[in-house]
Design a protein around this ligand. Structure first.
Ligand code: PLP
Length: 396
């Protein structure tokens, strides 16, 4: 089918909630993708930080094939080994408590919100409140949406869930002031991803931890984008001075399949009880097998060291390009700040034509999220393409 026909069908049969680039992808391998006309692309977006072990990693493909041929689904009324092993693996690699498996990031956050509210009710709080930072992104279901201040302003989708408030980004004083006895949780991203790759200062994270400890609130870190090795440690919080009470994961966890998780510390592992939460597909055998294969690949000190080294080299080479004014982020999660007058959307569209896939989260920023398995020649190629594009850039 020709691209134009696909576009016509898409417009006719799919709700128009996405702005898609005019490309149909048909195959992927490692950091490379091919479109329906055989053109090759270097993928520095990886499905928005999903394909972190590269497209169609043989170990993930094999795990999925084997499990799909054995048993795909039995419901959560029974035990299966991949699901329990995934819980064990996530718990032991982070907070040590219990895990609720979900199908997406927003659902992992819904679980965290439920735990925070129930925990608060247990402390006698009638109207618990959850505090986030402005420009945080936690998802699009109503609970997660209420904790996503920019999107929660969309009155056409109202009324929003009550019990949420936001404070200016990275403002430790405002955060301390906002946390009081009715606060159920502080729910934040250690590095804001969707809004343009903005890391929180360690002092702000420490202020959040301290404010939670003093008020009895829980600290929830949304590691849906930063987790699974993206920043050069399995979890981003491991490179900071704080440990959360709840951590949420998704995106790269399933290697391209939909799986999320809310991981609790031991102290809050028993808040949710039978009947409080559930999901038909969550913890399915195939996605759990895929996630275990991903964790086998990513939870590896050599790979994580390489992510830190490649990220440092990439940052340095980007900063040497004329037109790049700053590079934010950690590991292979980088936001490239462009000089004023450069339209990142236009630059991104030009890069796509040259065969490099990047993302434009805000007008002056390119976001780079290559697979963690990218090689240094591919990194050099991406830097060269960005440099060439900026050299020949003239605003339209
Ligand atoms: N939280 C963060 C930090 C995210 O980046 C995203 C997705 O971009 C989500 C939550 C929502 O995840 P999902 O799209 O899987 O529901």
């Amino acid at each position: 089918m020709k691209l134009e026909e696909l576009q016509t069908l898409d417009r006719r049969f799919l709700m128009q909630t996405y702005r898609r680039a005019p490309v149909e992808f048909v195959r992927g391998e490692g950091a490379l993708l091919w479109d329906s006309e055989g053109k090759e692309y270097l993928d520095f977006l990886a499905g928005i930080s999903v394909c972190s072990v590269g497209h169609c990693h043989p170990a993930v493909v094999e795990a999925v094939r084997e499990q799909a041929g054995k048993l795909m689904h039995v419901s959560n009324l029974f035990y299966t080994e991949p699901m329990v092993r995934l819980g064990e693996r996530l718990s032991q690699s982070s907070l040590g408590g219990r895990v609720f498996l979900s199908n997406s990031g927003t659902e992992a956050n819904e679980c965290a919100i439920k735990i925070a509210r129930k925990h608060a009710h247990g402390r006698g709080i009638e109207s618990p409140e959850i505090v986030s930072f402005e420009r945080d992104f936690h998802g699009r279901t109503y609970g997660a949406l209420a904790a996503t201040p920019n999107l929660a302003q969309n009155e056409a989708l109202g009324p929003m869930l009550p019990g949420f408030r936001s404070v200016p980004f990275d403002d430790d004083g405002a955060l301390r002031d906002a946390v009081y006895e009715d606060t159920a949780a502080v729910m934040i991203e250690p590095i804001q991803g969707e809004s343009g790759v903005y890391p929180l200062a360690d002092e702000t994270l420490l202020a959040a931890r301290q404010a939670c400890d003093e008020s009895g609130a829980l600290l929830i870190l949304d590691e849906i984008q930063t987790g699974i090795g993206r920043t050069g440690s399995l979890w981003a919080y491991q490179q900071t001075p704080v440990r959360p009470d709840l951590l949420t994961s998704a995106k790269a966890l399933g290697g391209g399949l939909p799986v999320g998780a809310c991981v609790a510390s031991e102290d809050v592992s028993e808040v949710l009880e039978a009947g409080d939460h559930g999901s038909t597909f969550a913890g399915g055998t195939v996605v759990s097998a895929a996630a275990l294969a991903v964790l086998d690949l990513v939870d590896d000190p050599a790979l994580l060291r390489r992510v830190r080294e490649l990220g440092a080299g990439l940052r340095e080479n980007l900063l040497a390009i004329d037109g790049v004014v700053e590079v934010r982020g950690r590991g292979l999660m980088l936001g490239v700040g462009l000089a004023s007058g450069i339209d990142a959307a236009e630059l991104g569209a030009g890069l796509l034509e040259r065969g490099l896939i990047v993302n434009v989260p805000e007008p002056g920023t390119l976001r780079l999220l290559p697979p963690l398995t990218v090689d240094s020649a591919q990194i050099d190629r991406a830097v060269a393409l960005i440099a060439e594009s900026l050299l020949s850039y003239s605003p339209t």
